[in-house]
Design a protein around this ligand. Structure first.
Ligand code: SF4
Length: 377
């Protein structure tokens, strides 16, 4: 029986994001590692590899599909209540010990991470997204930057069909990959994990390329939201949270910042789960730093009014939420506060039509058999 590595090495095509170097080496630009890769070797992510001086990249499969409320991504300022058809491939350029998607992200790196790839075409994915009533299609679950060629192929079809597109990413990008994505990606969520380079090195990355990418994403006009998973003892000091929030506010006070609660996962089981008081402290730090839209996540109903959107001008309640559920929507057709007319930054509906699903579900359930089958060789 073929190994996962053998199956993945057959489901590839040539990359759009590399340059050829001497001695049959290549340099990949899909993520901030910019790996120089010798012939016959993979990059740090393990899923992009050099064969004979050509960089091959994942193609023609998904590692997982799920339908999520867009609030789960989380995007709070983009089409509230929309169904976000979410797909991922396999692999990641980082190896965070607390990854909540480790079954897909750590494939090929951790033998315990087994998520059989399902053969798929961009057309099939988009058809299923439309069948299920999705408005948005999102590349997530593994790091989408490292499988950008496939995401763009899917998003070309998606845009032609009228869907909004999004990335849920660690933000370890390069100028080249962001230029490549700009025509095809509307919404971009970055998971800013720390403001300490030593912490990023523990996770397999560096802080600077991520900060640089956040600046670029905003300057290039992607709709950008930031998330920080607050892990007790890792990134929850007042000093670190303040520096992080001030950095974001310095780019734009209108960037939404989600501070979310950690729960024990994968290999990180030492820290305690994040208590509500820590999230409230982080949220207040964000507000003090000048951010206008700060949200506390993963502890529904336990974080005062930090799940809601209020008008920063007159404090009118604009969107009321509990967890992924949208309880009230109170923006005008142009995305402004109905009381004072203040324009709220984001991507809004001309008319809000309610929420399709407040909880995630798998497309194969609800009586619809999955149309994708497991790849084998
Ligand atoms: S995606 Fe990143 S980790 Fe993977 S080969 Fe390219 S530069 Fe290296």
């Amino acid at each position: 029986m073929a190994t996962l590595q053998e199956i993945l090495s057959e489901n590839v095509r040539e990359s759009d994001l590399y340059e050829k170097l001497d001695r049959n080496r290549v340099r990949c630009f899909a993520c901030g590692h910019c790996c120089p890769i010798p012939d016959g070797q993979p990059g740090v992510c393990k899923v992009r590899f050099n064969r004979g001086g050509t960089l091959y990249v994942p193609w023609g499969y998904v590692g997982g599909i799920q339908c999520d409320p867009i609030e789960k991504k989380p995007f709070f300022h983009a089409y509230p209540g929309a169904l976000a058809y979410s797909f991922g491939m396999l692999g990641c350029d980082l190896h965070c010990a607390y990854c909540q998607n480790w079954v897909t992200s750590q494939a090929l790196r951790d033998p315990g991470a087994v998520s059989p790839p399902l053969g798929a075409t961009p057309q099939e994915l988009v058809e299923q997204a439309l069948d299920l009533g999705a408005k948005v299609i999102v590349s997530t679950y593994n790091e989408p930057l490292i499988t950008s060629e496939w995401a763009v192929a899917v998003f070309r079809e998606a845009k032609a069909a009228g869907l909004i597109t999004g990335y849920v990413s660690n933000g370890n990008a390069t100028p080249q990959v962001l230029e490549y994505l700009r025509p095809w990606v509307d919404l971009y969520k970055v998971d800013l994990k720390s403001f300490d380079d030593r912490h990023y090195r523990q996770l397999g990355g560096r802080l600077e390329p991520i900060l640089d990418s956040i600046r670029r994403l905003h300057a290039m006009g992607f709709w950008l939201e930031l998330v920080t998973l607050i892990i007790p003892g890792f990134n929850d000091s007042d000093e670190e949270l303040t520096r992080m929030a001030e950095f974001l506010a310095g780019i734009s006070p209108d960037i939404p910042w989600h501070v979310t609660a950690f729960h024990k996962d994968y290999k990180m089981t030492d820290p305690d789960d994040t208590p509500p008081e820590t999230l409230l402290r982080a949220a207040r730090i964000g507000k003090r730093a000048g951010l206008r839209f700060v949200y506390a996540g993963n502890l529904p109903g336990r974080t005062e009014d930090w799940e809601n959107t209020q008008c920063p001008n007159c404090r009118t309640l604009l969107i009321e939420r509990c967890g992924f559920r949208v309880l009230r929507y109170n923006l005008t057709a142009t995305g402004a506060c109905p009381s004072c007319g203040h324009a709220i930054p984001g991507r809004w509906y001309p008319a809000y039509k309610g929420q399709l699903a407040a909880m995630p579900f798998l497309p194969g359930r609800r009586g619809r058999p999955s149309r994708f089958s497991i790849l084998s060789s």
